[in-house]
Design a protein around this ligand. Sequence first.
Ligand code: NMX
Ligand code: MLT
Length: 436
Amino acid sequence: DTGIKAELAKKIPEMREWFLNTKNLHGNKTIAQVTINSVIGGMRGLPLLICDTSSLDKDTGISYRGYPLKDVCEQLPRVVEGSKEGTPEGCFFLLTTGRLPTKEEAEEVTKEWIKRSKLPSYCQKLMDSMDTKIHPMAQFSAAIACLDPESKFVEAYNKGAKRQDYWKYIYEDAMNLCAYLPTVASIIYQNVFKDGSGTRETDKEQDWSGNYARMLGIDHKDFSDLMRLYLVIHADHESGNVSAHASHLVGSALSNPYLCFSASMCGLAGILHGLANQEVLVWLTKLRKDIGDEPTDDQLRKFIDDTLKSGRVIPGYGHAVLRVTDPRFTLQNEFAMKHCKDDPGVKLVTRLWKIVPEVLGKLGKVANPYPNVDAHSGVLLQHYSFNEMQYYTVLFGVSRALGVLSQLIWARALGAPIERPKSISSLELCKTIHKE
Ligand code: NMX
Ligand code: MLT
């Protein structure tokens, strides 16, 4: 195995003890106040979840296990010969164990995922039977849910596994699911956008990203490196975002990881969440059609205004937590400046980075007028002739598995209880207000 399980087996008892003591000694301390705005405003800012895999700061962005994302990208070991990027497999090691892997440890994860990657034929049959009008994200979620018979957790539960051992089976499910993902995701691409005939076999000589790029049929060294970067930077964004929270909630009912991740992907498929990466490219394509590749600043301002007047948001801008340019945007822009700075889409996205915040800022209501991760990803993919924007959120989803599944292993390890917030009727809320 990879060493992750052994390391978890050492760390979990310490964390369990810490949680138990904290509950016993400090359980009734208040750490935040629930206001009426919290209740009717999407629970913004309330610290209601425990998440150790990553943490989001409004001014500096995401850190994985205490490492700012830029440092993660710089410090993950380079495993693939000639590659300038660390691997998502190394990132999974970091998210689960809390420690940066050595080159050998990151390689072990790659080998293990290759070993586990043979996708059951019933899942392939289900995917081949899907009508191409079903959105790739709906196909993705359905294909993952249909892998439910593979769950080692369900098997162990049915044989009477002890509660303190659940995490071991969740870990096995997480490893298998990660191993299947490049094949599942590329079959959808082949079926919906090509003639369904590409390879479905994992190449033992390649890493997770190299295999995914290969199965997508995009054979360019820099594209595999873009995939490595992409799959690392989209992996985790603490646990309150819709995709991570959906998985956590479903998992709290002891649903297995296939079902949890399937639910997570239904959330990622929302226009205000992961689907924004598709929406950005749809928007940019219209922009380029209407005002060309090199519009003036005034033309850009007018196009942005027209979008707002039509009652739509500017996709790829704004965030529920961040109050600065998303470092994931900046990391992609740095990649673009190295590899394709003269690409017309890249140039446009770089110009919009200045102009959209001016326009959104003037509205006076947008908490964060700066670009998020989704504002950049599409033009980079397009640079490598990956033009099928309806597919883009699947790429985000493959990456998000790393964070969501790491969080799920820890949630079961720490015995996170079933989630069940209290709801309150508007009448009760009214009575509470007038009692004061
Ligand atoms: N364009 C236009 N209006 C916006 C935007 C935007 N990009 N962002 C926020 N607003 C509006 C928002 O609709 C709300 O208006 P109203 O009061 O009329 O309903 C007002 O500004 C206040 O919203 P905020 O508090 O700034 O944002 P909130 O935390 O509610 O929502 C997002 C965060 C990300 C949902 C929001 O910024 C948005 O809709 N952005 C565009 C979609 C997007 O890029 N989503 C991807 C997020 C990252 N991801 O991958 O998940
Ligand atoms: C994410 O990556 O999940 C998004 O930026 C949304 C969020 O953090 O709320």
